[in-house]
Design a protein around this ligand. Structure first.
Ligand SMILES: [Zn+2]
Length: 191
């Protein structure tokens, strides 16, 4: 169903986080996007997207996850493997490197974020699909709003937004967007 597009920007919303059906939905999506020039922006913190069949160099998860640890005070911006327990600099017990950390060390995702920004700048004048799958308004500045903006400024772009509760599309992109009022996980499985 994505044949007509050169590039596909995918937003993975919170609905996938901890959802037992998410692995099946990811598998379906990975298969549909095989061989395509894609980038995935995930709002999940359960890391299930890693190992789900996507090229991991094309995933950014700005809220972090449980793949790395950090110092709770961010006394160092170093990241540690999950096997390590205490900060070698201040001796405090390490926490997972995600937004729930009191002093979130953003170095965990910033390199992929830079890569994603560069990728976005290469979408101008390309047939781009922005696929917003179940993002909420908790962090709209990561998926929801930028996806709308990117769709608006690119004449060849189209958007598909799949969301059970927040399916609405702003009027300014209504002519180039399609909205599916359904859970994104269920939608993928049903395709
Ligand atoms: Zn420390």
């Amino acid at each position: 169903m994505f044949e007509e597009f050169d590039m596909i920007l995918v937003g993975i919303g919170e609905e996938f986080d901890g959802n037992e059906k998410a692995p099946e939905a990811y598998k379906k999506l990975a298969k549909m996007l095989e061989g395509k020039n894609i980038f995935l922006v995930s709002l999940c913190m359960d890391d299930v997207i890693y190992g789900a069949g996507f090229d991991e160099s094309r995933i950014v998860a700005p809220l972090g996850g449980k793949r790395f640890k950090q110092c709770p005070d961010a006394c160092t911006h170093d990241l540690f493997s999950v096997d390590e327990t205490v900060c070698p600099h201040c001796g405090k017990e390490l926490v997972f490197n995600n937004i729930l950390a009191e002093n979130y060390v953003e170095e965990g995702y910033l390199p992929s974020w830079e890569k994603h920004k560069k990728w976005i700048s290469g979408t101008l004048n390309k047939k781009l699909l922005t696929l917003d799958l179940g993002s909420t308004l908790r962090f709209p500045q990561i998926v929801r709003f930028p996806f709308e903006k990117i769709t608006m400024i690119n004449d060849k772009a189209k958007m598909i937004r799949v969301n059970e509760k927040l399916w609405q599309i702003p009027a300014k992109i209504a002519s180039k967007a399609e909205s599916v009022k359904q859970s994104a996980v269920e939608w993928l499985i049903s395709l």
